[in-house]
Design a protein around this ligand. Structure first.
Ligand SMILES: O=C([O-])CC(=O)C(=O)O
Ligand SMILES: [Mg+2]
Length: 220
């Protein structure tokens, strides 16, 4: 039997649970209301892409946006996890991008339809190396940044989150059982913008990790 290694959690086929509008400055830049409870959506494990492979612009989108986010990797599953125990369920972190076909999302929003094709397409979840929990002692106060072709576009801090990581783990696990290897994307700060074929995206968690991805057009 092969043993699975949490440091390669993206190979486990577990779910990716995303939190939307968790930073007031980003909710405002897209003219959305500040949420009073977390907004959740999902990406399938086929969304993962690792450094060395490209982010592909879906054929049906002409406005693909980057969203840099802190990812929380679940180490111990659970249902209805109390906030006070939430951090015991965390194995570590990853820097993630929530790639979003903004034009498709805008249409879905206006029609009241789900965001699936805007958010869950192949390569919509670029992910860094696994970051063990000990390397981020205070996940509620880490700086995230993202550059497109060397120009800084996003520069935020997880201290600006509306709902904290323990709150999110507790809230999500009330409705969706968390399993070892699941990933929670905790939302993006302001500065989202469009990327084009041949762009280079670089993102980082200050003093912890950086990653680089190229954007390509999906082949016809
Ligand atoms: O598409 C959006 O703006 C919602 C979202 O994922 C986020 O705030 O991170
Ligand atoms: Mg997002």
């Amino acid at each position: 039997m092969t043993t699975r290694n949490i440091t390669r959690f993206w190979e486990w086929g577990r779910k990716i649970i995303c939190v939307g509008r968790n930073y007031a400055d980003h909710a405002k830049e897209l003219k959305n209301a500040i949420p009073t409870e977390p907004i959740l959506f999902l990406k399938p494990p086929s969304a993962y892409v690792r450094e060395g492979s490209s982010i592909l612009v879906p054929l049906y989108s002409s406005n693909l946006h980057h969203e840099v986010e802190l990812g929380v990797v679940i180490g111990k599953g659970g249902t209805a996890i109390p906030q006070s125990a939430a951090m015991e369920h965390v194995a570590g972190y990853a820097l993630c991008l929530d790639m979003t076909a903004r034009d498709v999302q805008d249409v879905c929003k206006s029609k009241g339809l789900p965001w699936t094709l805007a958010k869950a397409f192949n390569t919509s979840c670029p992910v860094s190396d696994f970051i063990p929990k000990e390397r981020i002692p205070d996940p509620g106060n880490v700086k995230l940044w993202l550059k497109v072709n060397d120009q800084l576009r996003q520069n935020g801090c997880t201290s600006q989150m509306i709902f904290s990581i323990p709150y999110l783990i507790s809230y999500i696990s009330e409705f969706i059982t968390l399993e070892e290897g699941d990933l929670i994307l905790t939302g993006t700060p302001k500065g989202v913008s469009a990327v084009q074929e041949h762009d280079e995206l670089q993102a980082g968690i200050e003093d912890v990790v950086t990653m680089t991805f190229r954007v390509d057009r999906q082949e016809q």
